[in-house]
Design a protein. Structure first.
Length: 273
């Protein structure tokens, strides 16, 4: 199965739909990653903080697919901002891989003021071939701007919580201006009723798909990478089958206009691991 991709600033092509693996443990991740690859997934998203990188790596090997055919995204924690080489080597050891396709700084953690140092280290690690592409997660435009100002290098990806209830328009516009691809975590919402939203239910009925597929189509039609989590085989298939849903520009605009009063993203100036 050939899946649509987005070309990152460094020239690599990231599959638009990936398998999110939080909060799977190693055993579940191993099983689901293998199953997802057999279904057609070519992108798996994990992190040090998920405590399932060993399972993810085992699942990739169990699938029998050549390593080069699977895009692996991982992230390292705040403890490694002063030594990102040690952080990424830990990721690689747990995954059992020689390189990752995308390495992300999981949170900026400005309280320790080392995220620029972490970014400079990732730039060097990309040059060394330990990561094919590099980026950030949960960074605000102010954090990204500082990286660009102090290093001259923009992240290739910034992964943020994003869905129709939290469309992150300002952040996505900033990303686009600086050649940063937006990746959406928790794209189906976080038990906040998104998939029961009347507009989404109506569009799903109109196009003969599920509410989740409508939301993921909203992602990919806007050029976002998206990493929904599921361990259900049928839902895994549905989450991958979103590229031919004919949402109109009006549909996309209507979805973008949805909001959930009081819903705000985690404040990465004060939260992060």
């Amino acid at each position: 199965m050939t899946q649509p991709t987005v070309t990152l600033a460094g020239g690599t092509n990231i599959p638009m739909v990936g398998l999110g693996t939080w909060p799977m443990d190693d055993a579940e991740a191993r099983r689901v990653v293998r199953q997802a690859i057999e279904i057609g997934y070519r992108h798996v998203d994990t992190a040090e903080n998920y405590a399932n990188e060993r399972g993810v790596g085992d699942g990739i090997r169990d699938s029998g697919l050549d390593r080069s055919e699977v895009w692996v995204t991982t992230k390292f924690n705040r403890r490694w901002h002063a030594d990102p080489a040690a952080g990424l080597r830990g990721n690689l050891e747990r995954l059992g891989l020689d390189y990752v396709d995308l390495a992300l700084i999981h949170w900026p953690n400005p309280d320790q003021d080392r995220y620029v140092q972490a970014w400079q280290g990732l730039i060097e690690l990309r040059e060394q071939g330990l990561a094919r592409a590099i980026g950030t997660s949960n960074f605000k435009p102010a954090h990204l701007g500082r990286l660009i100002a102090e290093t001259g290098v923009a992240p290739e990806v910034n992964q943020i919580e994003c869905h129709p209830y939290l469309d992150r328009a300002a952040e996505r516009a900033y990303h686009a201006e600086h050649g940063i691809v937006t990746a959406a975590w928790s794209p189906l919402g976080r038990n906040n009723g998104l998939l029961q939203e009347p507009l989404i239910v109506e569009l799903a009925a109109r196009y003969g798909v599920t509410p989740g597929q409508v939301v993921l189509a909203w992602d990919v039609l806007q050029g976002m990478v998206t990493v929904p989590k599921s361990s259900n085989p049928e839902r895994l298939r549905q989450n991958l089958d979103v590229f031919d849903i004919p949402l109109t520009a009006a549909d996309v605009a209507a979805l973008t206009s949805l909001e959930s009063p009081g819903l705000v993203p985690a404040d990465s100036d004060v939260f992060g691991h």
